[in-house]
Design a binder for this molecule. Structure first.
Ligand SMILES: Cc1ncc(COP(=O)(O)O)c(C=O)c1O
Length: 380
């Protein structure tokens, strides 16, 4: 498409591939022409089978352990409150935890009396694994680690942490919203029991698609208060029976067929492509930003992904993002309270986030760098 902006906001939502757009448009056309339930029936093999098999392969999971939701937060909220946490339980989070996950955990803390502890970091921002090894014990009921946070690009060592936690009682949850599709993610290698993610970001699926891997031992431990009609039936005047105990038993039955079919197409493109190839572009992005005077990079940790945030002492993040948009560059203004534990400590209220994916080019990064320098010159 002529005049398409330089998209440096895959951490918000990836650029929608033409095949995904067409799949969704075809579903909507068919729904209008023949009926919605009828279209879902026609696509049953795709939205109830193929999509799950693809997702399971992408995550390295058995197909019965994956479920699809309309947001990553919904996936998280479908599992964590059902854990039955109590006053004797400790919950570990890291400073990189996403605000939505924390809101639920704070609510559970207030209702159940469980304690929340924040894993400390080393001076450069890496998680202190020695502290984790020294303090882990069987009263830790849940450990939640964000693989890559939404506000900066650190890649946390989820596999190493999985090995460290394996002998203990805790369930291990990984928020992979910003990592799936960007870097390799395999639940067997991580050793987690829960992994949540969004379809719209580095997998380039539609808005309103997300997923979870939920291990059988975690499902067995959940006090699930509701099952929808795709997995349960009322079989007497007073009771019901759950006939599908797979991870799909955590889903709700109603969903958008267009979104499901579009997500299947995104997963197909992902499986057929070479999606992890953005190193050169990211290095160009980092070098570009390091070369811009007075820019303060927010880049904790030794291992970085394709996400980089920055501030300028004189020009507000919102102004930079708006002016970049005028130059056809999509960047994003992040707010510190979305990754509150880390950003508050660092004193970040707002910052500009840029994120690269395999479809970005070094030429685009050069144009972004030129536009940014010009904006800062004008406003500083
Ligand atoms: C690290 C992280 N976790 C969770 C979420 C929440 O995802 P959703 O908006 O699909 O609920 C986001 C969203 O950006 C995120 O970046």
């Amino acid at each position: 498409m002529a005049g398409r902006p330089i998209h440096l906001n895959t951490a918000g939502a990836g650029r929608v591939p033409e095949d995904v757009r067409r799949t969704m448009a075809d579903v909507l056309d068919r729904e209008a022409a023949t009926g919605c339930y009828e279209t879902e029936g026609h696509l049953d093999g795709i939205v109830n089978d193929e999509m799950y098999r693809r997702l399971a392969r992408v995550l390295g999971a058995p197909v019965g352990d994956v479920a699809v939701f309309d947001s990553a937060t919904r996936a998280w909220c479908s599992v964590i409150p059902r854990l039955g946490l109590g006053p004797g339980d400790r919950v570990w989070v890291t400073p990189y935890e996403y605000a939505g996950n924390l809101i639920l955990l704070f609510n559970l803390r207030d209702r159940t009396g469980c304690r929340i502890e924040v894993v400390p970091t080393l001076p450069g921002g890496d998680l202190d694994l020695e502290w984790m090894a020294a303090h882990i014990a069987d009263d830790v009921a849940l450990v939640s680690v964000t693989h890559i946070p939404s506000g900066c690009g650190i890649v946390n060592p989820v596999e190493e942490i999985g090995r460290l936690l394996a002998p203990y009682r805790c369930f291990y949850a990984v928020d992979a919203c910003q990592s799936v599709g960007q870097i390799p993610v395999d639940v067997r290698r991580i050793g987690c029991q829960l992994l949540t993610g969004a379809g719209r970001k580095f997998l380039r699926g539609p808005r309103g698609t997300a997923f979870a891997y939920v291990a059988p031992e975690l499902r067995a431990a959940l006090a699930t208060d509701f099952h929808d009609l795709h997995v349960a039936r009322i079989d007497s005047a007073t009771g019901y029976r759950v006939h599908d105990g797979s991870a799909r038993s955590l889903e709700l039955a109603e969903r958008s067929t267009a979104a499901m079919a579009g997500f299947n197409t995104a997963l197909t493109l992902f499986e057929e492509g070479t999606p992890f190839d953005n190193k050169e572009v990211f290095e160009a992005l980092r070098a570009t930003l390091e070369g811009v005077p007075d820019v303060d990079l927010i880049a904790p940790g030794t291992q970085q992904s394709g996400i980089l945030s920055f501030r300028h002492p004189a020009v507000p993040a919102g102004t930079i993002v708006a002016r970049l948009a005028e130059q056809h560059v999509n960047a994003w203004k992040i707010v510190g309270h979305h990754t509150p534990l880390y950003m508050t400590e660092r004193g970040v209220d707002t910052a500009v986030r840029v994120s690269t994916h395999y479809y970005n080019t070094v030429g685009e990064i050069d144009r972004f760098g030129g536009a940014l320098r010009e904006i800062l010159r004008e406003h500083a």
